[in-house]
Design a protein around this ligand. Structure first.
Ligand SMILES: NC(=O)c1ccc[n+]([C@@H]2O[C@H](COP(=O)([O-])OP(=O)(O)OC[C@H]3O[C@@H](n4cnc5c(N)ncnc54)[C@H](OP(=O)(O)O)[C@@H]3O)[C@@H](O)[C@H]2O)c1
Length: 341
């Protein structure tokens, strides 16, 4: 059984990671829980045992077969090469290595095959990319997508535990009719508001999140030129990212065939009734990509366009579960590099 370390064990994803690993009975010989000096000495429960959090260091990583990194880009960039050099594998939740040509970017249901060429670092996609890539992958068996437009409605836990606290504090202040505390995580108040900005602005007035959705989807699907425009919006929900997705296909498509293909895809649940649509609360706490409101996009000629609504738990399939599924695939495919694997 592999030795495992988690960098960022005290964060929003780290917390869910421990629960998902328990639920899935993920095999672990020895578990190291790592974070910064701020959290060193805290204890976290795993399989009914208290484990003390340590500050991440070379010594703390030295005997690991798999290191899950769920911290910051800086931490991934610092520890990734060291972990690779040590002969273990880093599965990284952050964006630091996602577009690196030597790093597979993997949603196991879509491109587990890419794990075969890993060199010690594997990335998981951004939490809005994962459900989009899964749905597009499934529908590709009917016709190739030739254009995608996505609008997102993203929960605050997507920005980590500090953002969840910020929304709670603002809601509490509103309920008590007190002044709203100055926002720290977001540029403006998030309670009773929506912000058309996720991450910083980048080229062409897109945000980094919007460019991640485009570039990562292309890499996962091996469609380097797929036209894809995203608008990413932060909304005052706690967990569960929602998206409206318009897809234009090469050929005319039959809606019933799209429905039945999506309903047969591992990891997808699709509603067959317009008023039984999934919401972020439907997705919270489970690993499914929930799809509803499937209909024709009438702006596209020749019956080549569809539009649907999609929701998934950003902390689970968007992060922790996807990372654990990758580790399970590495074990099953004998692709670990360490001695205890
Ligand atoms: N939240 C999501 O929905 C989501 C989805 C997909 C991917 N991700 C990615 O997952 C990562 C973690 O996100 P999160 O939402 O869990 O953030 P978070 O709640 O802010 O937690 C951050 C964690 O990283 C630790 N950390 C921060 N700087 C560190 C450093 N220099 N060295 C070691 N540990 C460090 C923190 O430790 P302390 O307790 O010591 O501060 C904490 O455990 C990010 O890269 C994010 O992009 C998040």
């Amino acid at each position: 059984m592999p030795n495992i370390a988690i960098i960022g064990a005290t964060g929003a994803v780290g917390d869910v990671f421990l629960r998902v690993a328990e639920e899935r009975n993920f095999p672990i010989q020895n578990l190291k829980l790592l974070a910064t000096a701020r959290s060193a000495g805290k204890t976290l429960k795993f399989r009914n045992k208290d484990i003390t959090v340590e500050e991440v260091s070379e010594a703390s990583l030295s005997n690991s077969d798999i290191v899950f990194c769920s911290a910051t880009s800086e931490a991934s960039k610092k520890w990734g090469p060291i972990i690779r050099e040590m002969g273990s594998v880093m599965i990284d939740d952050g964006s630091a290595f996602r577009m690196d040509r030597t790093v597979p970017l993997v949603v196991p249901e879509v491109n587990a095959i890419d794990l075969s060429w890993h060199e010690g670092i594997i990335s998981i996609p951004n939490c809005t990319t994962t459900p989009l890539a899964l749905a597009l992958h499934s529908m590709r068996s009917i016709s190739e997508p030739t254009k995608v437009i996505a609008s997102t409605y993203q929960a605050v836990t997507g920005s980590g535990s500090a953002a969840a606290l910020e929304l709670r504090e603002q809601i509490k202040a509103l309920a008590q009719e007190k002044p709203i505390p100055q926002p720290i995580v977001y540029p403006q108040q998030i309670a009773m508001n929506v912000l058309p900005q996720v991450d910083d602005f980048d080229e062409g007035n897109f945000t980094k999140e919007e460019l991640k959705m485009r570039n990562e989807t292309r890499k996962i699907l091996h469609l380097p030129d797929l036209p894809l425009t995203a608008t990413c919006v932060r909304v005052p929900t706690m967990i569960g990212h929602a998206e409206t997705i318009h897809v234009e296909f090469k050929d005319p498509v039959d809606l019933q065939e799209i429905f039945s293909t999506l309903s047969q895809q591992d990891g997808i649940w699709i509603s067959d009734s317009p008023n039984e649509y999934p919401t972020p609360l439907t997705a919270e706490g489970n690993d499914l990509t929930h799809i509803g409101r499937l209909r024709r996009d009438e702006t596209v000629s020749d019956n080549r366009g569809i539009v649907f609504w999609c929701v998934s738990d950003n902390l689970r399939k968007g992060a922790a579960t996807n990372a654990i599924q990758i580790a399970e695939e590495l074990i099953a495919r004998n692709l670990l590099r360490g001695n205890n694997a």
